[in-house]
Design a protein around this ligand. Structure first.
Ligand SMILES: Nc1ncnc2c1ncn2[C@@H]1O[C@H](COP(=O)(O)OP(=O)(O)OP(=O)(O)O)[C@@H](O)[C@H]1O
Ligand SMILES: O=P(O)(O)OC[C@H]1O[C@](O)(CO)[C@@H](O)[C@@H]1O
Ligand SMILES: [Mg+2]
Length: 340
């Protein structure tokens, strides 16, 4: 019996710990072999698959990225369930572990509905997946963002400037909220909550008037009220979505002009996704990996491993992929009491 494993969508710290956990438990407890599928759905469609023996996962939990590679290939535009079934049969693959975000898991759910034996593992730095309390990668991204904001604050203070820090978060503001609270930001701007330019400038002025260097943390998907979403001229990703980014660059001159405070912006971008996973993410990812191989052995197709409180449970992929987990208004309100 062989189990295929793939990583798909944007990479994230902790992917290798999932792979290691699954392979070691598969080898030690269930005596199953693993096949590593390269670059997500692309490798499965194109039969780009390699043996993944236990020695190949030695020591990889602490490594960033994914040893398997990733892509945003759409399996349904490239042969779909029929092609995947053919490749799995030819390879003697009796089950599949798909590690990815909401896009990958939506694809996995549709494939499971069409009879492909697949179990999902949720990953994303954005923490926007429903049906799991946390995803691995988020803790590392928040730590990187917090340390970066701390550093940007010291230079802003020296120059009596305002600093706008753009963090990732296409649809949700979890990274901005957590890093902003941790670093004591004077404003946190997220896609879920409408805030006007006037309000942002008001917070910056209040902080300046107290002798502080205002720090504004903004998620890339934030749009100031009354304005259009800005897409920097970065084209589309492989799934045809506009690449976001540029809101920090847009806000900085607006704040400077309205308040007279010299303002700079910094975009953290992929720094938040790279590098070594935090201890928390390694633990969560390892637990997800070992639980996923158990789910495959039990043939729990169409499910996803999930963190509920401190327990790892299996949930239906449907419940995980229908609605994004956004920041509730009251969570932002809690933080907003400290703005300005
Ligand atoms: N609704 C969908 N139905 C089928 N396939 C999808 C769907 N959404 C996305 N996919 C496929 O899954 C791939 C991965 O999705 P996406 O690029 O959104 O990454 P992800 O897994 O959500 O990770 P992240 O967005 O966190 O980087 C997409 O490129 C696409 O091929
Ligand atoms: O540059 P890439 O790989 O297309 O991914 C960017 C996107 O990936 C994420 O980090 C994760 O979904 C988003 O926050 C961001 O918009
Ligand atoms: Mg996605």
């Amino acid at each position: 019996m062989s189990i295929g494993i793939l990583t798909s969508g944007g990479d994230c710290p902790g992917l290798n710990a999932v792979i290691r956990g699954a392979v070691i438990k598969g080898d030690r407890i269930h005596q199953v072999e693993f096949l590593g599928i390269r670059d997500g759905w692309r490798g499965l469609i194109e039969d780009d698959i390699v043996p993944l023996p236990r020695r190949d996962v030695r020591g990889i939990s602490r490594a960033g990225g994914t040893i398997l590679g990733t892509s945003r290939t759409n399996p349904f535009e490239n042969g779909g369930a029929q092609r995947i079934r053919e490749v799995m049969e030819a390879r003697g693959m009796t089950g599949l572990i798909a590690i990815g975000g909401e896009g990958t898991l939506t694809a996995a759910r549709r494939l499971a509905d069409e009879g492909i034996p697949v179990v999902g593992v949720p990953k994303t730095i954005d923490n926007d997946l429903s049906a799991t309390d946390y995803t691995f990668g988020f803790d590392t991204a928040v730590s990187v963002a917090t340390e970066s904001i701390d550093r940007l604050r010291t230079t802003a203070e020296s120059h009596h400037r305002c600093m706008v820090v753009e963090v990732m978060g296409r649809h949700v503001g979890w990274i901005a909220l957590h890093a902003g609270i941790a670093a004591g930001a004077h404003a946190i701007l997220i896609p879920e909550v409408e805030v006007s330019i006037e309000q942002i400038c008001g917070w910056a002025e209040d902080a300046r008037d107290r002798g502080r260097a205002p720090v504004v943390v903004v998620a890339e998907g934030f749009v100031p009220s009354g304005e259009e979403q800005l897409h920097a001229p970065r084209g589309l990703d492989a799934f045809g979505r506009p690449r976001l980014g540029g809101i920090g660059e847009r806000l900085a001159p607006q704040i400077e002009q309205a308040t007279g405070i010299e303002t700079r912006s910094a975009t953290l971008g992929h720094l938040q996704r790279g590098g070594v996973p935090s201890a928390y993410d390694r633990v969560l990812a390892t637990r997800f990996g070992t639980a996923a191989v158990d789910a495959v052995i039990e043939k729990r197709w169409g499910t996803m491993v999930s963190l509920i409180g401190t327990d790892i449970e299996l949930v239906d992929l449907h419940s995980a992929t229908t609605v994004l987990k956004t920041v509730p208004q009251e969570r932002w309100d809690e933080a907003a009491i400290l703005f300005g």
